[in-house]
Write a new protein. Structure first.
Length: 607
């Protein structure tokens, strides 16, 4: 009986991984070869060279870099750029290196967020373009296809607030059908031209690069389309764990390679065809073409969904590690910690996805903007991994990690020629979150200095005198502080200047640890007469219910005070910081404290 339970979790984990992790990389066969073949001759030498490059890109940049190297660097099962940063922060001593790692992680997060806009646009649009191969629909106007793609995107984003928990169960089985269809169509095509299997040998890739020189090198910028979504193996590790994702990748890898080889065989037989995957399936089984098109659209919706959930996770990590402003977060699942919904991010993504569809019009145009963010993220992951391996017991992995990083860099350089053809959109989209992160972190630091908090022992001298007068308000008052031994100005304003003092006063501080999960609480009684401190230390992926934790320790508050900063400044950068601060949720909104008990105290700050 035990054995069957293990079998179920083994296969269950693989199926779930296919639905939640491999949507993006799994839908890249829709457009990868179609885009590449517009740039090169459809003869045997070129086709085998391209196929060889695709196979070895999947082996080196996905299997080696992510499935083997990066996924060995988890923290409590979590992965991603922020996790690499947290590991490095512990290992590094010098300030300059810390600043470099901080900037790298900001850049990595920004590129991933930019990718979150381009991926749904290219995936949905390329799937919808397959409608043109339905008999009688050959002349569908591009505007109508964009409208259909936009409506699919709008429907997908509208339902985000319900959470993917309820529909995620269907994602895995649909993606299993998708990968099975890719494998079957690939095998069927290979049978007709079996010599394409020789493309698995790397010498075809080497010959292609050797014979085509600089033009061959720039083809790498389109070859990388086959590995987009590879970074999800590591970023989504916290959702399912390392083993199910790696096991599922073996199946996905085989399906992708077989399908790409099949598409290559189809090109050799039909060198004039353009929309390769769809043309191949239509030629094999005309009656199954419409069901396959419907399956493709479903697969691209699942790929987009996985990416949207990933963006929510990245933003949440950014909020709790204080590199992004606070935003209103809703938890859509009572048992899955990773299931969250951030309304402001959701609607911004939707607007930008539709905007990108309208700007680029066709999926092959969108491919010009795609790749820079992916190769940038891979290079950053490579650099950070190499730095970590060099400082741990896994030093033997350094040469391999360094070699992979150089390969990432080659792909990144190849992608730079896309800049004038639309690649600049990748940088524009990534520059907005990057600017916000830099201004926010620097602004928070400057604001904290400008606030000039008071040391606890100095505060207690005045506090004891006021408390001793005996004019205290019945009940318990909570005061939020950033850290336990330091008293913020609004508390001084409340207690010392305004004499608002309760029979019991509790300083509450919430700090985030560099571990993803775990909550520790500590109630320190008797800091002063009628003054206690309640400290919460929580992992950066934890959803903290402050009220419940207080009740557990017997703290029943009557009123909750928190600080609001009114920033006065002539510095244009701090003005931007002040605007961001005004537009975003404050600490109590983020932590969902009861509105009826809240009292915001405004402090004017010169910056």
């Amino acid at each position: 009986m035990q054995q069957s339970g293990h079998q179920e979790s083994f296969w269950g984990g693989i199926i779930k991984s296919m639905g939640l992790v491999f949507g993006d990389i799994g839908t890249s066969p829709i457009y990868t070869l179609t885009v590449i073949m517009t740039l090169t001759k459809p003869d045997a030498e070129h086709v085998l060279g391209i196929l060889s490059l695709i196979v070895w890109t999947l082996i080196l940049l996905v299997s080696v870099e992510y499935a083997w190297l990066a996924m060995s660097l988890g923290r409590k099962g979590e992965g991603g750029t922020i996790v690499l940063k947290e590991i490095l922060v512990r290992l590094l001593k010098s300030g300059r290196r810390m600043a470099f790692v901080g900037f790298l992680s900001f850049l990595g997060v920004s590129l991933l967020l930019g990718d979150g806009i381009i991926t749904p646009a290219i995936s949905i649009l390329s799937a919808v373009e397959g409608m043109r191969l339905i008999p009688g629909m050959e002349n569908l106007p591009q505007g109508l296809l964009i409208l259909v793609a936009a409506l699919i995107a709008i429907t997908l984003f509208i339902f985000q607030y319900k959470g993917t928990d309820k529909v995620a169960g269907a994602f895995g089985p649909i993606m299993v059908v998708w990968f099975s269809a890719l494998t079957a169509s690939g095998l069927l095509s290979i049978v007709g031209t079996p010599e394409v299997v020789g493309a698995v040998s790397p010498h075809h890739a080497i010959l292609f690069l050797k014979h085509n020189g600089l033009a061959g090198f720039f083809i790498l910028s389109e070859v990388i389309l086959c590995a987009t979504g590879g970074e999800a193996l590591y970023a989504d590790m916290g959702h399912l764990g390392r083993k199910p994702i790696v096991r599922a990748w073996y199946f996905v890898f085989c399906a992708l390679v077989i399908n790409y080889l099949g598409q290559g065989a189809f090109i050799l037989r039909n060198p004039k065809e353009t929309n390769i995957l769809f043309s191949m399936v239509k030629s094999q089984a005309p009656l199954l073409y419409i069901p396959f098109l419907f399956l493709t659209i479903l697969a691209t919706i699942i790929a987009s969904q996985a990416l949207i959930s990933g963006v929510f996770s990245i933003v949440y990590q950014g909020i709790t590690t204080r590199i992004l402003p606070l935003m209103k977060v809703d938890y859509t699942s009572s048992h899955l910690k990773s299931q969250i919904y951030i309304g402001s991010v959701n609607w911004t993504l939707l607007v930008l996805v539709i905007f990108i569809m309208l700007v680029f019009q066709k999926s092959e145009n969108l491919a010009a903007a795609y790749g820079l963010a992916v190769t940038g993220t891979m290079t950053i992951t490579g650099i950070m991994m190499t730095m970590i391996f060099a400082r741990t017991t896994k030093k033997w992995k350094v040469p391999l990690a360094a070699a992979i990083t150089l390969l990432d860099l080659a792909y990144l350089i190849a992608n730079l020629h896309k800049l004038p053809h639309g690649g600049y959109w990748s940088l524009i989209l990534a520059s907005v979150p990057l600017a916000i992160m830099i201004i926010w972190t620097q602004g928070q630091r400057a604001l904290y200095k400008a606030l000039r908090p008071l040391e606890l022992d100095i505060f207690l001298l005045s506090y004891e005198q006021i408390y001793g007068k005996g004019r205290n308000i019945p009940g318990t008052g909570l005061f939020f502080t950033r850290e336990a031994p330091v008293v913020p100005p609004y508390v001084i304003h409340c207690i010392i200047r305004s004499n608002i003092i309760y029979e019991r006063n509790v300083f509450v501080s919430l700090s985030r640890t560099d571990e993803p999960f775990g909550i520790k609480t500590k109630l320190t009684e008797g800091l002063g007469t009628g003054l206690d401190a309640f400290e919460i230390r929580a992992g950066y992926m934890e959803m903290v219910d402050i009220e419940r934790l207080l009740k557990k320790h017997g703290v029943e508050e009557k009123v909750i005070f928190y600080g609001i900063e009114d920033i006065a400044t002539n510095n244009p950068i701090w003005r931007v910081f002040s605007t961001i601060k005004r537009q975003t949720a404050n600490f109590v909104q983020f932590n969902k404290l009861p509105a009826s008990k809240l009292q915001g105290v405004v402090t004017r700050v010169e910056m």
